[in-house]
Design a protein. Structure first.
Length: 482
């Protein structure tokens, strides 16, 4: 028998073998037991998370001899045919190669035929987002009301490219990236089965580099066995795949937390000379800072894969820092990460971001000052100022007393002159009297500043009899001299 790679040899065969997707397994398990089977399913998730494996296991559960049942025998001939892709009743189609309207119509013509030897006719389309719009539209009617013996299963990594009318006709299951510790544990299981000695640090480095994909991790382990033989160390993993060690990440982060620019530049230069991926180094540092923030909020949180000694050093260096400071550093690195994707000089951007991170830790914010003042003792605040003789308070400037003028009443004085003489110096000047334009007196007319009327001179009789003149004479006890 020809050699099988680990990704195929250790592919999940039953629901119990599916790792890191408990929410999907439980839902499908209950649907089978309660006989609540839908006619179409959509599996969404990143590469290597188990979309195809889950669809095959689900097909086995539906078409096994005593099915539908979750307790099926994976070694049954029908289940073996499904696992190997040889079953006549389970059609696996590549959406990228069969994405045209005519090919989908040819497929739909076979839907009406009964299954050859199983209970259901299952149509599985991988990478379904590669179908054209016309092909999707050809599926709509059949997908909405398929025959009772037909089940559709779709898988995709880009659900945003699928028509909403297709998604609404399916039950959607989102497969998540598999946690790093689960991948590392499964790699140790494979190494034990293959009689390979795999260091825990090496398993963690592989799982971290797989980025949540079990198939990627198995492929890397397969490559390491071919290179190293039966003993694999962390150094082997770092040398072959260019990953960054946790010691390097800790050294760079300690340089930032302890504010040592020379140490930071030395670490970055060393990684640059070794040809390491500086973008991955930055991502690892951001992950470590996040772990420190989580540890401040939840002391029982994990160490992000760091050995206990390294984690103790990082925790001690960040002990006096508030989470807000560390979050500001994460923001700085996130901006640098977006720039590094398209930059030709990634080293420069990483160095600048690391030095800016030190500035973020040294900043004195207004909120910190206000908080410190609020917590301080008033006596301490008073003592913080320099002591000295206080200047006496300034006396208010006295207001000058108005000088009173004594005026001898003289009967010969004019009434107006007498009023002026008796008035105090600081008296408020009266406001001018405005004539009411609505007055019934025809001689009191409003003055239009834009267009002034020509004033015709009055004769003597009209002037003497004018009510305004008469009232003024009464007030001032005067008389007219002709």
């Amino acid at each position: 028998m020809s050699y099988q790679v680990f990704a195929r040899k250790y592919r999940p065969r039953t629901f119990a073998d599916v790792l890191g997707q408990d929410h999907v397994v439980r839902t499908l398990h209950n649907a089978i037991e309660q006989d609540r089977l839908a006619h179409a399913y959509l599996f969404v998730g990143p590469r290597g998370t188990g979309k195809t494996s889950t669809s095959r296991i689900f097909s086995k559960a539906l078409n096994c001899p005593n099915g539908p049942s979750v307790e099926f025998d994976p070694d049954d001939p029908i289940c073996i045919e499904i696992a190997e892709g040889r079953s006549l009743d389970v059609l696996e189609i590549d959406g990228a190669s069969n994405n045209k309207v005519d090919e989908v119509r040819s497929l739909l013509e076979t839907v009406g035929f009964a299954p050859a030897s199983s209970r259901f006719r299952i149509i599985y389309i991988d990478e379904v987002h590669m179908l054209t719009t016309g092909a999707f539209n050809a599926l709509l009617k059949t997908l909405e009301e398929p025959p009772a013996h037909v089940k559709f299963i779709f898988a995709t990594t880009e659900p945003n490219k699928i028509l909403p009318t297709i998604i609404s006709r399916c039950q959607r299951f989102d497969l998540r990236p598999i946690p790093t510790d689960i991948i590392a544990s499964h790699l140790q299981h494979i190494a034990t089965e293959e009689s390979v000695k795999l260091d825990d640090a090496a398993a963690w480095a592989i799982a971290k580099g797989a980025d949540g994909g079990m198939r990627d991790a198995q492929s890397m382990l397969d490559q390491l066995v071919a290179f190293c033989g039966n003993e694999i160390t962390e150094t082997n993993v770092l040398d072959i795949f260019g990953f960054t060690s946790r010691e390097t990440v800790a050294a760079l982060l300690l340089g930032i937390l302890q504010k040592e620019p020379a140490r930071i530049l030395a670490v970055i230069y060393e990684q640059f000379e070794k040809g390491k991926d500086l973008g991955q180094l930055l991502a690892e540092v951001v992950g470590a800072i996040r772990a420190l923030v989580v540890a401040k909020l939840d002391p029982d949180a994990g160490r992000e894969g760091f050995p206990e000694a390294l984690w103790s050093d990082l925790s001690t260096a960040a002990e006096t820092l508030k989470p807000e400071r560390l979050l500001a550093v994460i923001d700085t690195f996130s901006e640098a990460e977006s720039r590094m994707k398209w930059a030709s000089n990634k080293r420069l951007h990483l160095e600048i971001a690391s030095l800016k991170a030190i500035q973020n830790l040294n900043e004195i914010r207004l909120t910190d000052v206000i908080s410190a003042i609020g917590k301080a003792d008033p006596g301490e605040i008073a003592n913080s100022f320099p002591k000295g003789s206080a200047a006496p308070p300034a006396e208010p400037k006295p207001h000058p007393t108005p000088e009173k003028k004594t005026v001898t009443k003289d009967s010969k004085l004019d009434p107006i002159d007498r009023l002026i003489a008796d008035a105090p110096e600081d008296a408020v000047e009266p406001e001018p009297i405005q004539l009411n334009p609505d007055s019934k007196n025809p001689k009191q007319k409003p003055i239009d500043q834009a267009k002034a009327e020509e004033n015709n001179p009055l004769d003597a009789d009209e002037f003497h009899n004018d009510p305004l003149i008469v009232e003024a004479l009464k007030v001032f006890k005067g008389r007219l001299i002709s």
